[in-house]
Structures are given as C-alpha cells and as structure tokens.
Design a protein around this ligand. Structure first.
Ligand code: V47
Length: 388
C-alpha cells in the first residue's frame, strides 16, 4: 500500500485513514477509537501514538516524588464493587481505620525523602465525617507545608456529601480550604451503565462521577481521570468512557493526566466469576490502552503509566507507545497489592530516573501541577531496575 502518512507501512489497512488524521492533527471519532482497540497491529498503533506524544511532549517524561496513604479500607460498597480486593466490612478480618495520629506517623516517612505529594484515598467509611478529612489535611499541611495534597476520589466526595447532607460544591470548598489541592482520578471504572451494573452496582453513576469533577474544575481544583480496563467491558464501552472524559475536558480543561488502570483479578469476586484469578491483563492490552488514550485525547496533555499495576518493565515500554508520565515513588501501595500485584511498593527516586533514561527519554521531576522541578540528574547514582 502506498504510504501517504509518513508512518511507513501499516500492517492493518484500517489504521491508514486514522494515521492521516493523526498526522493532520484532526480529532478522532468514536469509530476510530473502536478501530484502534480492534487492531492487532500493535507496532503501527504504537508508532501513531508515539508521534502524537512526541509532537506534544518531545522526549520529556514526567515523574513525581509522592507517597500514597490509605486511611481506611472500610467501605460501604464492599459487597457490590466486585472487582475490588481492598475494601472490608467494618468488622471483617483485615479491616482498619487509622487515627489522625497514625496518619501523621505514616506521613513522617516523607521527611528525609524528596516527597512533594501525598496521594490519599480510602474506602467509603460509614462513620468517618468530613471533619476527619479536613482535620487530617490541616494537620498534614502544618507538619509538611511544602507537600501537595491530592486526595479523595469523586466517589468519596459524593459519599461525604451524602452523609453530611451537603452539596458536592460545599464539600469540595471545605476540603479545599483545609489544604486539598487536586483530586485523583479513581472511582471512574467504566462509565457504561451495563458494565457498572455488573462490577459496581451501587457506586455513583458515570454522569455523577463527571459532575463531581466538573464541580471541582469550576472551583479551581484540577483532577486526574482513569479507566479500569481488562474485565467485562467491550471496546465500545471503553470508547464511550474516553469520549465522556474528552467532552468534559473540552468544557473545563481541568484534567491533568489520564491513567489507564489494569484490572487485577486476585482476591475479588469478579476475578473468581471470570475464572481469571492469577492472570492479570496482558502486556499487549496494557500498551494498547496507553496508545489509544494518547491518540484519542487531543485535549489531555499527559498519559500516565501506573507501574505498581503493570510492572516497571511495562511502564518503561509504555514510554515508546505514547506515554509521557510515570507514577511516582509511591512508598506504600495497598489497592493493587491486595488484588495480586507482585510489584514492589516503593520505587526509589533514582530508579525512576533510570527507568526513564533507559527508554532513551529525558526525565523531568514535576510538581503535582506538572511544573518542572528538576531536569538535570547527571550527579545521580544509578539504581538498576529490580526484577519483579
Ligand atoms: O478506582 C480497585 C482501581 C482505583 C482494583 O489519580 C483496581 O494519580 C485493579 O484511581 N484491580 C483507585 N484496579 C486508584 C486510582 C489511581 C491510581 C494511581 C494514580 C491515580 C491518580 C489514581 O483502583 C479504583 C479502581 O479503579 N482498583 N480494585 C483491582 N482489583
């Protein structure tokens, strides 16, 4: 086939018209998204996504020094979010709820480390009130004034509004004035009503998730967005989900980055029902989800790879498939490790730098709003990637 796009020969002819749009910077239609998910020409897809990423970010790859904190795993949706291995009933084995002093003690690990962000998420606890979180954020800010607080998914915000009988806006305003600066992208799963009915029956709907993020953006709170892939969703469900995120971004420009989240099937009901225990998503699917996102989101600047889920090795490969943003140091990860992830919990700062350099890219330490903090690492001691 003659090559009019400059991408070389594309093995799948369905990619040809999409390649022309990508080259010309024309927005992809939902049908294009479905065709991208359908292709088996992973290298062709990757070449297009790499082109789109290079045009936007050059060789720069962003990372942050962050620490995840999960104050409680008690969750009222424990029995209906069947994909989740993290949640517990209040009296169930393994249930925990940290006191504020315990949260502060965990956050002390940030001292002596380069940490610039606390990423704080947990379950929908029936008794923890809004004041638990506002006190927590004030306390953390008093102890670590320079550390940014990215906390509470849209689902947790909606839960707090419900138990406090406040509006979403009021909850967000209270949280913002106590130190919260951005929201993470969790709880989105897949917006399709049919998928939600199967995997997360009582969680807030896709439209409600979007409404919380719209409100946050209106209040000057930037947010992240995600999609949980690799369970019962179809390519059409994925594209519908990406389209809803892209539409909101057109309106608000409040999303900082998109993170495709790879479903882990261990220790949860869905994994058992699907007969998938012990077999997470494939590397092929992981790379495809990064590449499609880079091509479909012409209005979201960054695509992040979450190394605890897909392994540092897949995250490094993702950098050749359209990804420009790598999850940070993390320190302690519970959500995926409960679900069977066998990766380390902590990625030392120097190892992140090496991971990015090893892909021939230029590491950039960023703050939570994607402002560059550090771009020269010449004096850094090498820390090789550990096997997982
Ligand atoms: O919403 C739960 C997912 C999410 C499983 O914003 C599972 O920077 C896989 O959203 N297998 C929470 N995934 C985590 C999240 C996140 C992660 C990293 C960075 C950011 C960010 C956000 O974890 C949940 C759900 O989609 N999850 N159970 C599981 N078994």
């Amino acid at each position: 086939m003659p090559d009019s796009t400059g991408f070389g020969r594309l093995r799948d002819s369905a990619l040809q018209p999409i390649a022309e749009k990508v080259r010309a910077g024309v927005r992809l239609e939902p049908a294009d998204g479905v065709a991208l998910y359908a292709t088996s020409d992973l290298l062709g897809l990757g070449a297009l996504a790499d082109f789109a990423n290079q045009r936007q970010n050059g060789d720069r790859v962003f990372f942050s020094a962050n620490q995840h904190i999960n104050p409680t795993n008690v969750c009222v949706l424990r029995n209906t979010c069947v994909f989740c291995s993290f949640a517990r009933m209040p009296k169930e084995d393994g249930a925990y709820t940290r006191s504020l002093e315990e949260v502060y003690a965990e956050a002390e690990q940030a001292r002596g480390m380069p940490t610039r962000e606390f990423h704080i998420v947990g379950g929908l606890h029936p008794k923890l009130r809004l004041s638990y979180y506002t006190d927590m954020f004030r306390g953390l800010k008093a102890r670590h004034p320079g550390v940014h607080i990215k906390a509470l998914t849209a689902v947790e915000i909606a839960h707090l509004a419900r138990i406090e009988k406040l509006s979403i806006r009021q909850v967000l305003e209270e949280l913002k004035s106590s130190g919260l600066s951005t929201l993470p992208g969790g709880g989105a799963e897949v917006f399709s009503t049919a998928v939600r009915a199967t995997i997360a029956e009582r969680k807030l709907t896709g439209a409600e998730w979007i409404a919380v993020h719209r409100e946050a953006h209106a209040l000057g709170i930037p947010t992240n967005c995600t999609m949980l892939y690799g369970h019962v969703e179809t390519p059409e469900d994925r594209v519908e989900h990406l389209t809803m995120l892209r539409d909101l971004q057109d309106d608000t420009h409040g999303f900082l980055t998109y993170i495709p989240l790879a479903y882990h099937p261990d220790h949860n009901q869905l994994g058992e029902e699907l007969g998938r225990v012990g077999s997470a998503t494939t590397g092929y699917e992981d790379l495809k989800n990064v590449a499609v996102a880079r091509l479909y989101f012409d209005n979201i600047d960054h695509i992040k790879t979450h190394w605890p889920m897909v392994t540092p090795f897949m995250s490094q490969l993702a950098l050749a498939f359209g990804c420009d943003d790598v999850e940070g140091t993390v320190v302690y990860e519970r959500v995926y490790h409960e679900a069977g992830a066998r990766t380390d919990m902590h990625m030392p700062y120097g190892r992140l730098v090496e991971l990015i350099r090893g892909a021939g890219k230029q590491p950039v330490e960023r703050d939570s709003l994607y402002q560059p903090i550090r771009e020269s690492f010449d004096d850094m001691v090498e820390e090789p990637l550990a096997a997982v």
